[in-house]
Design a protein around this ligand. Structure first.
Ligand SMILES: Nc1ncnc2c1ncn2[C@@H]1O[C@H](COP(=O)(O)OP(=O)(O)OP(=O)(O)O)[C@@H](O)[C@H]1O
Length: 122
């Protein structure tokens, strides 16, 4: 019984830390702030153009995945700067690769946005 309680408390603590991380990302990281704003704008547009359930699912996935990947990118940058604060070509490569991963999904999300909204707008 005691073991189960401590498991539950540990899970609750993990959720608290995850909330803290998400709050830090949204309030301190400029790229995530921009994506958060874009997400809000897209949500307003979604209501305006009365998206179908499937379109909402795709849009919510795109917004959340891009913010999640950007969060991982930020964490990779922090690790890189922590383990090697000085300039190093390998650190540059690591950061470029992480940024490239965000970029690939950002392109895909933009194309998906066009597929959803262009027929409704034009
Ligand atoms: N320590 C380093 N050594 C070598 N190149 C680096 C180093 N730090 C950054 N760079 C290069 O500069 C680029 C930008 O790095 P930076 O850490 O400023 O990322 P950023 O994308 O501008 O950060 P943010 O997501 O916070 O806006 C990297 O992608 C990399 O090419």
């Amino acid at each position: 019984m005691h073991k189960k309680d401590s498991f539950l408390i540990n899970r609750l603590k993990s959720i608290k830390y995850a909330f803290k991380g998400a709050y830090l990302l949204i309030t301190t990281e400029s790229s995530i702030k921009i994506q958060f704003c874009i997400g809000i704008i897209m949500t307003i547009l979604g209501f305006y153009y009365q998206l179908s359930a499937m379109e909402w699912i795709v849009q919510i996935l795109c917004i959340s995945i891009i913010m999640a990947i950007e969060g991982i990118n930020t964490a990779i940058e922090e690790i890189a700067d922590f383990i090697h604060p000085e300039h190093h070509t390998k650190i540059g490569l690591i950061k470029d690769l992480a940024a490239g991963a965000v970029f690939i999904f950002a392109i895909a999300a933009s194309i998906i946005g066009c597929i959803i909204y262009f027929p409704k707008m034009f």
